[in-house]
Structure formats: C-alpha cells, structure tokens
Design a protein around this ligand. Structure first.
Ligand SMILES: Nc1ncnc2c1ncn2[C@@H]1O[C@H](COP(=O)(O)OP(=O)(O)OP(=O)(O)O)[C@@H](O)[C@H]1O
Ligand SMILES: [Mg+2]
Length: 231
C-alpha cells in the first residue's frame, strides 16, 4: 500500500503541492482527477522520486521512501508511465522495452511473453523505431515498458491524452485486467472523466495544490466530482 502524508512540493519559490495526503491500495485503481495545473503530475513526481518534496512523507509497503532516489523506488516495484509518454524515438520497440531490465535481478532480465499478450501490436513492431509508431502505439509501448519491471505500483499520467478512441478502449481493458489480477496498485491521473470513472475504485480530486475530495468512488455524487474537472 502507498501512503502520501502531508506532502509539500515547490518549484523554486512556486508551491505546487500544499500538504497533500492520499493513498493507493493493491488490487485497486485509484484515480487522481483535477483541472490543468492543479498539481497532478507534481504529486506523481513526488511519489516516483522525480522531484524532491519540501516536507511530508511517502510510505510504500511500510517503508519510508521519501528520500530515496527514483531508481531505488523503481527497484521496490514502482513503475511510471509519464505524461507525454517519453519513449526513446530512436530505439526500437525491443530496445525501449529492454531499458527497464537493468532494474531486475540478473536471472530475471527477460521481457515476459505476457507483455505481448497484453499488447499484441508491439510483438509485430519489435524492430520498428519508437518514433515511427503512432501516438496510441507509443502510449502502449510506454505502458509495456513500465510493466517490464513487474511493478506492484503502476503510476500512469494521463494515458488517454491525445490518443484515438479505439486505442483508449484497448488501454482501458489492459488497466482493468491488471487491476483485476489483484497484485498491483494502480495510480492513474486522468482528465477524461468517463474513462476514470469506469476503472477507479477510489478517487482523489485535486484543486490548486491540495486535495478537494478523496475516498471510494461510491462515496461521492458524480456531479460533484465533475464540477471539479469541468472548465
Ligand atoms: N518544472 C516546473 N517548474 C516550475 N513550475 C512547474 C514545473 N512543473 C509544473 N509547474 C507548475 O506547478 C503547477 C502544477 O503543475 P503540474 O504539472 O503538477 O499540474 P497538472 O495537474 O499535472 O497539470 P496538467 O493537467 O496540465 O498536466 C502548475 O502551476 C505548473 O505551472
Ligand atoms: Mg500533468
């Protein structure tokens, strides 16, 4: 289980998180919702170790990871699919997938066949360059690359952003399947409400650097949640 306790985060003098607390449990999808610029990505950066927090604590499986570097968190099973995908355009699909393998113990350094069961399109494109894939295929590659380390916490930052509807549906099915396996916590930032609502058991609604609402999806009126994300 992931616990974020009263986290503050700054970019220079500008404050992005003003004391954020939330949690994510194994076997559930927890969805972070909120308008542009409220701090969703900053919260994920704090959790994955991409940006140091000013104060507060982050606990993962009972351990305080607040000061651990990103690669140490990855070793502990925290994998991230960044906003904008960030795949390596000049590396092939296979090489992109292999970038995560170094984090695994030597005898486990193999891309499991399951990755290609989840994303059959990647199996057909193994030797194509990442940059030659469509946006949707790149997003699938970014998720597959995160799965290579067999994470127990999968963090996804707006996986539907700029993606065509048919691939959004495929990505939703994969997330639902991973959630239903019950051995992973999924933390999903999403601005597409219906996608989030269909997948999440828990929600965290952010507003300008703080948490506006958090809890089980059934604890809140749908319209109330929507009021925080409609412009
Ligand atoms: N590297 C940075 N340097 C300075 N300010 C930043 C940086 N990254 C984000 N910010 C600012 O911090 C605040 C929170 O940004 P963040 O990216 O976390 O929001 P977000 O909710 O993910 O937004 P979006 O929906 O647009 O992805 C914003 O005001 C943003 O301008
Ligand atoms: Mg963001």
């Amino acid at each position: 289980m992931l616990k974020v306790e009263d986290v503050r985060l700054h970019y220079g003098a500008a404050v992005a998180l003003r004391g954020v607390s939330c949690q994510a449990s194994i076997g559930e999808a927890t969805c972070i919702l909120g308008r542009n610029g409220v701090g969703k990505t900053s919260l994920l950066r704090a959790i994955t170790g991409m940006h140091a927090v000013t104060s507060g604590r982050i606990l993962w499986e009972g351990e305080d990871i607040t000061r651990l570097p990103a690669y140490e968190r990855a070793r502990r099973g925290i994998a991230t699919v960044p906003q904008g995908r960030d795949i390596f355009p000049l590396l092939t699909v296979k090489e992109n997938l292999e970038t995560g393998l170094g984090l695994l113990p030597r005898h486990e350094r193999k891309i499991s066949d399951e990755i290609f069961d989840l994303f059959p399109v990647l199996a057909q494109m193994m030797h194509r360059r990442g940059g030659d894939l469509s946006g949707g295929q790149q997003q699938q590659l970014a998720i597959a690359r995160a799965l290579v380390i067999r994470p127990r916490l999968l963090v996804l930052d707006e996986p539907t952003e700029g993606i065509q509807p048919s691939i959004i549906k495929d990505i939703g099915s994969v997330i639902a399947l991973l959630r239903n396996r019950g051995d992973m916590a999924i933390l999903l930032v999403e601005q597409y409400f219906d996608f989030a609502y269909a997948l999440a058991q828990s929600i965290v609604v952010m507003d300008r650097g703080h948490i506006a609402m958090a809890g089980g999806i059934n604890e809140f009126e749908e319209d109330k949640i929507r009021s925080y994300i409609s412009i």
